[in-house]
Each structure stands twice: as C-alpha cells, then as structure tokens.
Design a protein around this ligand. Structure first.
Ligand code: NAD
Length: 541
C-alpha cells in the first residue's frame, strides 16, 4: 500500500463526435450495428459476477422496426432478487475496505473503455434498443456516461478531502463510510448514462448495489455490465436483475439491510416506493437514503423582446429531440403575442422538414417512441386533443405503428392555460402553446409557476435583462434547472448539475458531489492527546 496522496486526474467533458459522412467513427458505428443485428443476444442477469439464465426468455425488438429482433433477456423471479441481495451483502466488506483510489481507478478505466473500444457498442445498442439517433446516443450513452464516471471520481476525492477543524491537543477527522447494508438502484428506459450512473455512483462511494433497469433499456444495460467487468469491478459489487418492479420491491423494501434507493423514473412510481419504504421503516437497521429524480412538465416562456427564430429552434430541439422522451423536454410553451406570428411561421416551416424514421438513416431527426404502451398513451393524448374545443392543432398529429412506433412532432395551441396538455407529463413528441398578451408577462410568469406540480426544467427567452431578472425571481422554485436564452434540455455533467424539486424529485443533482454525499454515512473521529485526569473544573475552586 502506498503512503502518497494520489490525485484524481482533472476531468474534462468528453468531446462529442460529429459522425459526419466518411468519418471513421461513422464507419465503425455502422459496422457494429450490422454485427449487432446479425448476432442476436440472450442476455443473462449478472449476480455475484455470474451469468444467470432462466427459462423465461423475453424478446427484445427495436422500437422503430417490429421485425428486427435483437435478442432475448432472461426474466428472473423472487429467488433472483434474494440472490442479488445476498451477493451484494457478501461483496460489501471487501469492496468497502478497498482503497478509494482503487475504486476510482475501476470507474476511470470504465470511462476510458466507453470512450474507446466500447463507444460503438454502447452507442449502437442505444440506437437499436432505445431508438435514438446517432447524436442523441452519442451525447447520452457515450459522452454523458463517460463524464459521470470521470467527474464522480473527482467529486469523491473532493468529499473525502473535506475535514473538520481541530483545537489544541486533539485531531478531529471525518471518515466517509459507505452506507450500512446495500443500495437498490432502479433506472428508467430513456438514458443509458442515467442507468449506468444510478448503480455506479453508490458503488464508487464503497456501497454494493442491486440494480433493476427498465426492460426497454436492458439491451444497452448489458453493455454497461460488460464494461464494468472489463474494467475490473469485483463480483457482487453491482448485481443486475431483470424482474418486474413490484417483485423486486416486495423483497428489497422489507429487508433489514436495505440502506438506500437510487431511483429515476416517473413521479407516481417514486411516490409509491417512498410510501412502501415508510411503511417498512421499523424493519431497517438504519433510515434508508431515498434519492429520486422523477417526472417533469417543463416550460419555455418567451418575452416580447425574445428573438423569434431562437425561440422556435429551442421549441423544436427541446420538445422533439429523442421524441420528447426526456424528463427535461419542454411541453408547455408561453409566448408573447407580438412574437407569436414569427414563431408560428418558423415552427410550421421547420417542422415540415423534420424526418421521422429509423436511426440507421442519419437524415432522420426523430425516431420511434419506446414501446407500445407509450405509443398508446401518447396517441390517446393526441386523439383527445383533436376533439377538445380548447385546442387547435397547429402541426403534426399523425402517427403510425405499422413498422415501428412512430409519432410525428405535434404542436397544439390553447386558449386555456390549464388544459391537460399544459399540466400533465405526456413524455412524447407533443407540445402545447399558450399565447399571452405582451403586458401580462408577470402574470404569465406566476401562471407558469402555479400550473404544474413539477419543477424540473424551464427556460426564459428575452433580450431585456429586466424581463430575465423578473423570471428568475418569480420562477425561483419552478425549476431545478433554469435556462436563460437556451432550451431546457441537454444538461452537461460538471456544468449543469441536474435535478428538480417539488414533484420532480429530491433534487440531489446527478453529476455533482451533492449526489455522492447521499451514499456515505460520515463518522466523526475525535482523538485527544491530553486526556483529562480530574473530573473537577476550574470554576469549582
Ligand atoms: P417508470 O416510472 O415507468 O419506470 C422507472 C423504473 O421503475 C423502471 O425500472 C420500472 O421497472 C421501475 N418500477 C416501476 N414500478 C415499480 C415498482 N412498483 N417497484 C419497483 N420498481 C418499479 O419510468 P420510465 O417510463 O422508465 O421513465 C420515464 C419517466 O422517468 C418519466 O416520468 C421521466 O420524466 C422520468 N425521468 C426523470 C429523470 C430526472 O432526472 N428527473 C430522468 C429520466 C427520466
């Protein structure tokens, strides 16, 4: 064991490759995709480092092409949940006592593997399995994931360096212990990087983890597990299981050693899990840490001084990239009447050019929504909206699931700012615009603040600083990530720590030291060099 103070290399955001025609990265990626399509996989759960298969094979098909079977995964049951908990608890002692530099080294190596030999695989699996275009896959599965791993190692060092003062004759220390027990990570379908970070960040801090990904993300989750193994992660530190949420929850939330939940997904599911944890609180050794990043009803408000082209571009990229399936995607838009004419013209013109289709065709800006359940939910909003006299269809509204789950970018206009399209999370390429009188800007800001229970992301567009300042004040609690003259999506690790308040989550800011703090239980150590030998104090003389 070395006695030196090692320092984590200074993290730098991973540069986004542009996949231009003729580029090496494009060629490599397309080759990898062809290989993946040719070789169907049978994805095992990984428990205690071992591949676990079952007789229950569930098919994985590309959302944009029902005919394209990518493989199967092995669904588990209660027994696999128990095995995963046992494996996590068994691995805990050794992992928790490994030097933090060695733990960091494993995840830094994983970042390097994704940046290099696994880049095409992780991007290709995200394109095929989650129907992301190449740019959306690259900024998520490759760059954001690499950033999470590199930056978190550096935040860990920052946390550990933080030490208390010591008066004369003593030395005070803070020891950052991992939590006592195991952590349960539950991830959503929409971001490969979020899924990887949900299990990796507690593990980095010395915890062991049971990870349950969403079924539509298992195809890329499997590559994450491959990378962790290749990077030297010991068996049992992260155990991945493919079981239905309630099957896992029923066992995990009743377990004495359950130490924390790292969740990203919908608000309704998170609230139920919180209640279940509350109901079981007497069973636990410690109060579990509950971290959840949940739903959103994100907004854009444009002041009369805003530039119409900038606003319409932000609406298109914000609302429709990855088919609106980003928790940060805006879906309620408030526009000053005087700029509406120009914004409308731009929207109609630009949206007409948007191509929707297979991610392998690089000219497609949009691809398919994730699965049939989502397709049905989103299109039922569209059908209801077409019949609603509060709403007028500006553009889009068509959908087709004959080949894949395709929905056109769709914009409605409403005179009712409390229509359900302005209030409910749809999680698809459907947005709604409310036009306000220019002089009612402040009133509209208050409306934005009060309309939705969520508070994840939001953006204000204005040239006048006074309008920006007013929005900043009135909307102080309306968004955990607030953007000025930019779309409210695309947070970058190390630059815009991500998370929201109110019904959008516990706001523990993924991609920052704040999140990592939730996975440690500090122990204060006071060591005294001049221990008292007389109980009497001077004042007693
Ligand atoms: P979801 O809530 O349907 O599922 C999330 C995860 O919870 C999945 O793994 C699912 O299997 C699991 N789950 C469901 N019921 C469970 C139960 N009873 N016990 C244990 N696990 C259970 O969400 P989704 O459709 O995968 O993702 C979309 C949602 O995630 C949207 O609401 C979106 O806003 C949100 N999201 C939020 C953020 C953020 O940072 N705030 C990021 C990404 C996605």
């Amino acid at each position: 064991m070395s006695n030196a103070f090692f320092e984590i290399p200074i993290p730098i955001n991973e540069p986004v490759k542009d996949f231009r025609d003729g580029s090496i990265e494009k060629k490599e990626l397309l080759n990898t995709i062809q290989e993946m399509k040719k070789n169907q996989v049978d994805i095992p759960m990984i428990i205690n480092g071992k591949e676990v298969k079952t007789s229950k094979k569930i098919e994985i098909r590309a959302p944009h092409n029902h005919k394209l079977k990518l493989g199967t995964f092995n669904e588990g049951d209660e027994s696999h949940v128990k095995m995963a908990i046992d494996a996590a608890l068994k691995a805990k002692k050794e992992w928790g006592s490994m030097s933090w530099q060695s733990r960091a080294s494993i995840f830094l190596k994983a970042a390097e593997l994704i940046a290099g030999p696994y880049r095409s695989k992780i991007n290709g699996s995200t394109m095929l399995g989650q129907s992301k275009n190449v740019f959306q896959a690259e900024i998520d599965a490759a760059c954001e994931f690499i950033d999470f791993l590199n930056f978190n190692a550096s935040y860990m060092e920052e946390i550990y360096k933080n030490q208390p003062e010591s008066s004369d004759g003593m030395w005070n220390r803070l020891d950052y212990r991992p939590l006592e027990g195991f952590v349960f990570a539950i991830s959503p379908f929409n971001f490969t990087s979020i899924a990887g970070n949900l299990c990796a960040s507690p593990a980095l801090m010395g915890n062991t983890v049971v990870w349950k990904p969403a079924y539509p993300q298992i195809y890329s989750a499997n590559i994450i597990m491959e990378v962790f193994k290749e990077a030297g992660l010991p068996d049992g530190v992260i155990n991945i299981i493919y079981v239905d949420g309630p099957v896992a929850g029923d066992i995990i939330f009743k377990h004495k050693e359950f130490a924390g939940l790292h969740f990203t997904g919908s608000t309704a599911v998170f609230k139920n899990l919180w209640k279940e944890i509350g109901n079981n609180v007497d069973r636990y050794k410690s109060y579990p840490r509950i971290v959840g990043e949940t739903g959103g009803k994100d907004f854009i408000i444009a002041h009369k001084s805003a530039n119409a082209k900038e606003v319409s571009t932000a609406i298109i990229r914000g609302c429709f990239e990855f088919q609106g399936q980003k928790c940060s995607a805006p879906s309620r838009i408030y526009l000053a009447k005087s700029i509406w004419g120009d914004v409308k013209k731009n929207l109609i013109q630009d949206i007409k050019d948007i191509k929707v289709g297979d991610p392998e065709d690089f000219s497609n800006f949009m691809n398919a929504v994730i699965e049939e359940k989502a397709f049905k939910k989103i299109t039922s909003y569209i059908d209801d909206a077409k019949k609603d006299s509060d709403l007028e269809l500006l553009v889009g509204g068509n959908y087709d699931d004959s080949k894949g789950y395709f929905i056109d970018p769709t914009v409605f206009i409403t005179k009712n700012p409390n229509n359900k399209l302005m209030e409910e999370e749809i999680f698809g390429p459907v947005t709604c615009i409310y036009i306000y009188e220019d002089e009612k800007y402040e009133e509209t800001l208050k409306l934005v603040d009060n309309t939705s229970p969520y508070a994840l992301t939001g953006a204000v567009f204005a040239k006048e600083q006074i309008a920006i300042d007013l929005a900043n004040r009135v909307l102080e609690y309306a968004a955990g990530n607030f953007y000025i003259n930019d779309k409210p999506t695309g947070a970058v690790v190390g630059q815009q720590p991500f998370g929201g308040g109110r019904a959008s989550g516990t706001n523990d800011k993924a991609g920052s030291y704040l999140n990592l703090l939730r996975w440690v239980s500090p122990r204060t150590i006071k060591e005294v060099y001049n221990t008292p030998k007389d109980y009497r104090y001077p004042f007693m003389d």
